[in-house]
Design a protein around this ligand. Structure first.
Ligand code: IVH
Length: 675
């Protein structure tokens, strides 16, 4: 491909990617799959890697990463970033109209725009010649902080205007005001992910959004699901609409996201109706809103009206009643999650918050209870906002009587009674008992899954059936199931029962690495399991390994070593292993055997496998390499020695070529292994 052709392709990709980001994040109507999108971005990055001089600040590749700034630079806003006066009820709203109408009669017959008052973080975005060049926080209204790199990571923020080539051409300088925030559903997903990883969860979408935008590392911001709505023009050196409603359409036409719930109201009557409608739908909004903003549609009139202090007279924030109440904390309960994470929750004296009776609220984690010094019997402040699960903000210390009891986190799992564990650097406590009823289904699912014991035909539904019927209380019970047992289950006939028993029996032959990975030891994934299988003959050898022995193995740090030692020390797990052994599920390390015979031709080499191979399954080729002393990882990096590529290899092949990693086909791999 000639340089000119490559350049043309880059331009086309940039335009296409911008367009698809817009369809996905602004219109919520994607027209291509995530995979196709990822491919385009991959190709774009490839061209840019070959021609770094072509990388421009508006390239979609500039959304992630970027340099870690030491601290944020200060930015002076081109015009003051004002706040709004508040109204807490219809009376105050009418009083505002009356007050302003006395200054200018036109207000009496004015039309208005009603917008959600999103509880996020105000941002000020500067576009020069259509290119996003700067993003800042509000700061004190005059001077904010430069968070350009972080804002670039927001997919909803267009890096170039107009997004649609047929859209209006923006003035040379355009400064737009908006609100960066997080959808409630995204916030909850993020918290679930953090909780499962044993990390600290966030309190509410607003704090998360604000905290994420003020991260020094844009990579971290990029991993947070932040989005944006815009609603005002702060400065422009060309004509812009003079009506708020037109202005919203204009921003939208440029490709900037605006709140779809915004509403045009021809008169005060419609504003009052809108207020009632918003009150009713408040809890159904996909984001947290603490009110609505009522704006005079005529922006020139609004400007002429001037300010009271820092608040413009032409707009008003109508605040919804706060959703915070105090009630008594009766007790603290503990849930055991899917991954064994213990999560405390508040058991409250039932209380009404915004029309809903709240009896329970989250307490996040045990550190949170300690930090806030929340005691049982305390009066606590509880917040319920939008669809977010109610949470305890903290104790009302002044209301203490002296009878409150400090809380001590449980030392044992409330579901199974076994002792709980805490990993260094994580806030979460875990129940690590493989047979804990709260986790049994999930552990079984992991035990039988493709990457571990690979029991074909044993899906989640059957796992649930087996547990429900009381037939399986530990993965070891799988090996003593009889045909009669299975025939008792719904949906099982002779053939299906026989097939399943056969598949279970076949899993006895799985290599040691698979079994180690199946145990679900915290911190031991597939790659590490293979490393361990290479170092130990069987599970007896691994079980008696000392901390020092384990830490000698590459990739095993002190935390994982400790978690392995602890796992094998637990009586419940020892019993489980004894039962596996008795059932004949006791593989001996192939690698160890091969090593004893001196045939480890791939020792010390790291491989990545991609595409479809003719005579190996994906798992099969992994085992082949591992049995010969090689290591298999998921992604290509400078540390990869070889990429084994089959048919239809994709981005990994591109990456390997980019990094100069040698590529082998199947025959090449066999040759390297000495066959
Ligand atoms: S208008 C002069 N519109 O609410 C323009 N503000 O004090 C004043 N907010 O922190 C702002 N949604 O960032 C406006 N649709 C909206 C808004 C909005 C949220 C925030 C704003 C500020 C506070 C108002």
């Amino acid at each position: 491909m000639s340089t000119d052709e490559e350049y043309a392709e880059l331009q086309r990709l940039k335009a296409e990617i911008h367009y698809h980001v817009y369809r996905y994040h602004v219109l919520d109507a994607p027209v291509i799959s995530d995979l196709e999108y990822d491919r385009m971005v991959e190709r774009l990055k490839q061209i840019e890697a070959a021609h770094p001089e072509w990388v421009t600040p508006d390239s979609p590749s500039q959304r992630v990463g970027g340099a870690v700034s030491e601290r944020f630079a200060k930015v002076r806003h081109p015009a003051p970033i004002l706040s709004l006066g508040n109204a807490f009820g219809v009376d105050e709203l009418l009083a505002w109209v009356e007050r302003t109408a006395r200054l200018d009669e036109r207000v009496r017959s004015a039309d208005f725009v009603v917008e959600p008052k999103i509880d996020g973080l105000t941002v000020v975005l500067t576009y020069r010649d259509g290119v996003f060049v700067q993003g800042a926080t509000r700061g004190d209204g005059e001077v904010g902080e430069d968070i350009t790199s972080n804002l670039r990571t927001l997919k909803a923020l267009p890096l170039r205007l107009p997004v649609d080539p047929h859209g209006p051409k923006p003035p040379a300088t355009l400064v737009v005001r908006g609100e960066a925030f997080m959808f409630i559903a995204e916030f909850e997903k993020l918290n679930r992910r953090l909780q499962e990883a044993g990390e600290r969860t966030y309190l509410n979408p607003r704090n998360t959004a604000a905290g994420s935008l003020r991260q020094l590392d844009p990579g971290l911001t990029a991993s947070r699901p932040l989005t944006l709505y815009t609603y005002a023009i702060v400065a422009a050196d060309g004509p812009t609409p003079q009506k708020q409603w037109d202005l919203l359409q204009y921003l939208k036409a440029l490709g900037l996201p605006v709140a779809p719930e915004s509403q045009y109201c021809p008169g005060l009557q419609e504003v009052l109706e809108a207020v009632e409608a918003w009150r009713a739908k408040r809890d159904r909004l996909p984001y947290e809103a603490d009110g609505i903003v009522i704006k005079l549609n005529d922006l020139r009139l609004a400007e002429e009206l001037g300010f009271v202090g820092k608040d413009p007279r032409g707009a008003l924030a109508f605040k919804f009643p706060a959703r915070e109440v105090t009630t008594r904390l009766l007790d603290i309960g503990v849930n055991v999650g899917r991954t064994g994470v213990l999560t405390p929750y508040a058991i409250l004296e039932p209380v009404e918050i915004g029309g809903v009776i709240v009896k329970q609220a989250t307490l996040h984690n045990f550190d949170y209870i300690a930090e806030k010094d929340i005691r049982i019997g305390d009066r606590v402040l509880v917040k319920r906002a939008g669809e977010v699960i109610p949470y305890v903000i903290g104790p009302v210390v002044d209301a203490r009587t002296g009878d409150e009891k400090p809380y001590v986190p449980p030392q044992t799992c409330p579901a199974c009674g076994q002792s709980v564990e805490h990993l260094e650097g994580e806030v979460a406590w875990y129940c690590v008992n493989l047979a804990c009823p709260a986790q049994l289904v999930r552990n079984l699912e992991h035990f039988v899954s493709r990457g571990t014991m690979d029991i074909v035909g044993l899906g989640i539904k059957i796992v649930e059936q087996l547990v429900e019927a009381g037939l399986v209380k530990s993965p070891a019970d799988l090996y003593s199931l009889s045909k009669d047992d299975l025939l008792k289950l719904e949906g099982f006939a002779e053939k299906k029962a026989e097939n399943l028993l056969q598949a279970i029996a076949a899993s006895r032959e799985r290599p040691l690495a698979r079994l180690i990975s199946a145990l679900g030891i915290h911190g031991v994934g597939e790659v590490m399991a293979a490393d361990l299988a290479r170092a130990f003959t069987d599970l007896d050898a691994l079980a008696s390994a000392r901390l020092e022995d384990l830490m000698m193995i590459e990739g095993v740090g002190p935390n994982t070593a400790q978690s392995i030692v602890d796992w094998f020390a637990r009586p419940g797990n020892r019993e489980f292993l004894a039962r596996l052994k008795a059932a004949g599920v006791w593989p001996v390390s192939e690698q160890k055997q091969a090593a004893a015979q001196g045939s480890q031709p791939l020792a010390g080499l790291t491989f990545v496998v991609t595409g479809t191979l003719a005579s190996f399954s994906r798992e099969g080729v992994k085992e082949y390499i591992q049995a010969r002393g090689g290591k298999v990882t998921d992604s290509v990096s400078k540390k990869t020695d070889y990429l084994v590529a089959g048919e239809a290899a994709g981005s990994k092949l591109d990456k390997a070529r980019q990094l100069g990693v040698p590529v082998l086909d199947e025959a090449g791999l066999l040759k390297l292994a000495g066959e």
